[in-house]
Ligand binder design. Sequence first.
Ligand SMILES: [Zn+2]
Ligand SMILES: [Zn+2]
Length: 72
Amino acid sequence: MIDCAYCERPLLCDGCGTPFVPSSPEEYQALSWRDTPIRCPGCGMLLVCRWCKSPYDGRDGQPEGEDGDPTS
Ligand SMILES: [Zn+2]
Ligand SMILES: [Zn+2]
């Protein structure tokens, strides 16, 4: 089990609840750098943190603007 890079809680898939475990050092590094899209090994969807809802879509730090700010 590893922690979410954003909220530092145990990283679970928002879709299926599967704990994300990197299958390789490369995947672990991609996760920590947040510059490569990560897919859930359980459901195959783009990995989204269950707690903070941060998507691991390879785009770091775009809190607003771009596509989809659901609050405005
Ligand atoms: Zn999180
Ligand atoms: Zn999943």
